[in-house]
Design a protein around this ligand. Structure first.
Ligand SMILES: [Zn+2]
Ligand SMILES: [Zn+2]
Length: 140
């Protein structure tokens, strides 16, 4: 499955006119292989082992990927931001451990009613960021 996600991500970027540079490909490969939310620093650390790439390049690529809707942002309670590669119709949320940052997927989204309220207030292109936080069984 990660391979399909990677191919989809690459073709989405291509369709938007982004060139598939070596760092860009390496970034997406790492994200597809890890299948968990990663920080820009984590991504940079892995990519650098394959191809020269600076931190700013990773940041720029995350912006391009967010725009292309192939990456989802995940925010920790302490403000740290993580990024995760998502396929089409793969919208999901996470439960994140406050102590060790273990992150599990929650394949459920219950924000329809909120979207309805937002629309009734005249908003379009409504999106959301929603994460749950707790203490995992290992840290209890
Ligand atoms: Zn934990
Ligand atoms: Zn959602």
């Amino acid at each position: 499955m990660p391979k399909k996600k990677l191919e989809d991500a690459l073709s989405s970027l291509k369709a938007l006119g982004h060139r598939l540079t070596a760092p860009r490909k390496a970034i997406l490969e790492v994200m597809a292989a890890e299948s968990r939310p990663l920080s820009v620093e984590d991504i940079h650390h892995y990519v650098e082992q394959q191809t020269p790439c600076d931190l700013a390049t990773v940041y720029r690529n995350m912006d391009a990927c967010l725009e292309a809707d192939i990456v989802q942002k995940c925010m920790l309670e302490n403000g740290k931001v993580l990024f995760e590669l998502v396929g089409e119709h793969d919208h999901h949320h996470h439960i994140i451990c406050r102590k060790c940052e273990r992150t599990d997927r929650i394949d459920l989204c219950l924000t329809e009613e909120m979207k309805t309220v937002a629309s009734s207030l005249g908003f379009t292109e409504v999106s959301h960021v929603l994460e749950l936080y707790g203490i995992c069984s290992a840290c209890k």
